[in-house]
Design a protein around this ligand. Structure first.
Ligand code: ZN
Ligand code: ZN
Ligand code: ZN
Ligand code: ZN
Length: 288
């Protein structure tokens, strides 16, 4: 199995145990555990070139199978493999660890083992509040999640969290611009962004192709799509911004982070008329 037998006599010839199936391990924890292997090790990285190191190093194996071998110097690992296809270990004889990805292999053999452990880990993010269910800390990474329990709240990428504006359920609210600035609970079951946007803009605008009403729909993100679908396939993703006027094409214009634009991103008639009589100032619903 090994092309270079000389340096690796301490590695058992057969690598038996996949990390995920260690019998003594709690499986739920294993999926989110960071593993550490520390000791005097031989490290061999085989790929386009072959490199061999020996030293007292600490190897980190992340839940996505990224393997990082750190020595005493600097922030950079001396060897690594990101998101390996497989990471296997065998601890019968000290420990050995083999990570493989395509034609690359990273092998680690311990001559003298200082430690082997796994620790629970979670995605780190910016703290945004307190979990109403368990008092754990809510952090924002991809969405918002609680560090201590299973609570997760997917939120739009452009949402900002309003820390001083908690919902009655105890969760923070988020601010999301979809034609107006909406302030809704992180939990869509509690306060629905879709329902709020629908209430404000459903049938508010006319389809430029056929004159039908544009309905507010969710197709991945929120869109304004023609009511005459599938005969008319007109539909526009709702921009992250606030309506501030009307385009030459008749559709609304949006004030966004990247400037003013038509609801139709491909429109070339972006000449802004007087803002409508509606009060479109931030955070307020239009008067009707
Ligand atoms: Zn919690
Ligand atoms: Zn709520
Ligand atoms: Zn239409
Ligand atoms: Zn336009």
């Amino acid at each position: 199995m090994y092309s270079s037998s000389g340096a690796l006599k301490s590695i058992p010839p057969r690598i038996g145990l996949e990390f995920k199936y260690e019998p003594e391990a709690n499986e739920a924890m294993i999926d989110t555990a960071i593993r550490l292997l520390a000791g005097d090790c031989t490290v061999i990285a085989d790929g386009t070139e072959r490199e061999e190191y020996r030293g007292r190093v600490t190897t980190i194996v992340k839940p996505d199978n990224t393997v990082l071998v750190h020595d005493i110097d600097g922030y950079q690992p001396i060897a690594w493999l990101t998101r390996a296809d497989s990471v296997s270990s065998d601890r019968r004889d000290g420990f050995a660890l083999v990570a493989k990805k395509d034609s690359q292999t990273l092998r680690i053999a311990a001559h003298d083992q200082d430690g082997f452990a796994h620790y629970p880990s979670s995605q780190a993010g910016t703290p945004v509040g307190t979990c109403p269910e368990c008092e754990g800390t809510l952090v924002r990474a991809d969405g918002v999640h609680c560090i201590d329990c299973e609570n997760r709240y997917p939120i739009p990428r452009d949402a900002t969290i309003e820390s001083a504006n908690d919902c009655s359920c105890g969760l923070p609210r988020m601010r999301v611009e979809r034609g107006l600035a909406f302030n809704v609970c992180l939990d869509r079951e509690c306060e629905s962004l879709d329902a709020a946007v629908r209430e404000a803009f459903d049938r508010e605008w006319e389809c430029p192709e056929c004159g039908g009403d544009l309905r507010i729909l969710r197709r991945g993100g929120l869109i304004a799509g023609c009511e005459n679908y599938p005969e008319c396939e007109t539909g526009f993703a709702l921009p992250a911004g606030v309506v501030d006027g009307q385009c030459g094409c008749g559709l609304p214009t949006f004030d966004t982070h990247t400037g003013r634009r038509c609801l139709d991103a491909t429109c070339d008639r972006l000449q802004v008329f007087e803002a409508k009589a509606h009060d479109f100032s931030r955070g307020m619903k239009p008067t009707r």
